[in-house]
Design a protein around this ligand. Structure first.
Ligand code: PAF
Length: 283
């Protein structure tokens, strides 16, 4: 495994694969790696000749300065983990390398990037598109792997890839959970052990709503989830939206879309930590 910090070094490390038309898998990450990332890397390693993992806490996608400052950073552990998973290249650039000049490009893919996270975190998806488009340009991957925990992010990246006609296959990977059901996230490192247990209720309540939904309306299902979670001390729902899984438009009736997903954001604990999760009602 090689660790490269500049785009030039990255290009050299990939030259043989590009010249030999070998398949390249890209796993974009912000580090603080966990088993969720490991599942993406393992899949990329099994499907491609070469796997590149980028480790970069992208400042342009943080609309909250504290969130950027507090974001966990564990570079040494990340590299050791990636080596054990069989990654070939780690691209860990500095902010100056990625953004020698402020990135003034704007990306806009409504409704996909305008609803839910897009409405609450202005500029977030613009920043995601800025970094992901640069990574796609520098790595020119055959496939790129994203975790389904960030359900909306995948939809936005797909919209960007379609818009810019980038020749890459987007590969969504299932959410990996702790034994208690909590979706793995780098932010879980910011939770106390008790908060981790409390946060497990998010998945429990969402899972229970699958049965409830069979005999209730979207509004009733929405209210049931929100009320059940808000009744738990230390949890506060920011939003729960039941949407068309393709367009991400909110729907009013279960028959409004063939693919229906519930997306949630919950604040947990004293800090508080912002956690996201989702559940598929209809696929
Ligand atoms: O999902 C993430 O960790 C980030 O949004 C990504 C895709 C690595 C871009 O910074």
């Amino acid at each position: 495994m090689v660790i490269v910090k500049t785009v030039k070094e990255l290009e050299s490390a990939l030259a043989a694969a590009h010249n030999g038309h070998e398949s390249i898998g890209l796993v974009p990450t912000m580090g603080a790696l966990h088993e969720g990332h490991a599942s993406l890397v393992r899949r990329s390693v099994s499907e491609n000749a070469v796997t590149v993992v980028s480790v970069f806490v992208n400042p342009t996608q943080f609309n909250d300065k504290n969130d950027l400052t507090n974001y966990p950073r564990t570079p040494e552990a990340d590299c050791a983990f990636l080596e054990s998973l069989g990654a070939d290249i780690v691209f860990a650039p500095t902010v100056e390398e990625v953004y020698p000049e402020p990135d003034t490009r704007t990306f806009s893919y409504p409704p996909t990037d305008a609803v839910m996270e897009g409405a609450r975190r202005p500029g977030h998806f613009n920043g995601v598109c800025q970094i992901v488009s640069k990574l796609f340009y520098w790595v020119a991957p055959t496939r790129a792997y994203f975790g389904e925990k960030d359900f909306q992010q995948i939809a936005v990246v797909r919209a960007m890839v379609d818009d810019l006609k980038i020749p890459v296959e987007i590969c969504p990977c299932p959410i990996v959970r702790e034994a208690n059901g909590l979706a793995l996230s780098s932010r879980n490192a910011l939770l106390t052990p008790t908060e981790r247990e409390t946060a497990a209720s998010i998945h429990k309540v969402l899972s229970e709503s699958l049965t409830f939904a069979k005999e209730h309306t979207i509004q009733e299902t929405h209210d049931r989830v929100v009320n059940a979670l808000n009744a738990i001390p230390e949890l506060e729902v920011e939003y729960y939206e039941i949407v068309d899984g393709h367009s991400l438009r909110a729907i009013a009736d279960w028959s409004d879309a063939p693919y229906v997903v519930g997306c949630i954001t919950v604040y947990c604990g004293a800090r508080p930590v912002r956690l996201i999760d989702n559940i598929t009602y209809k696929a």
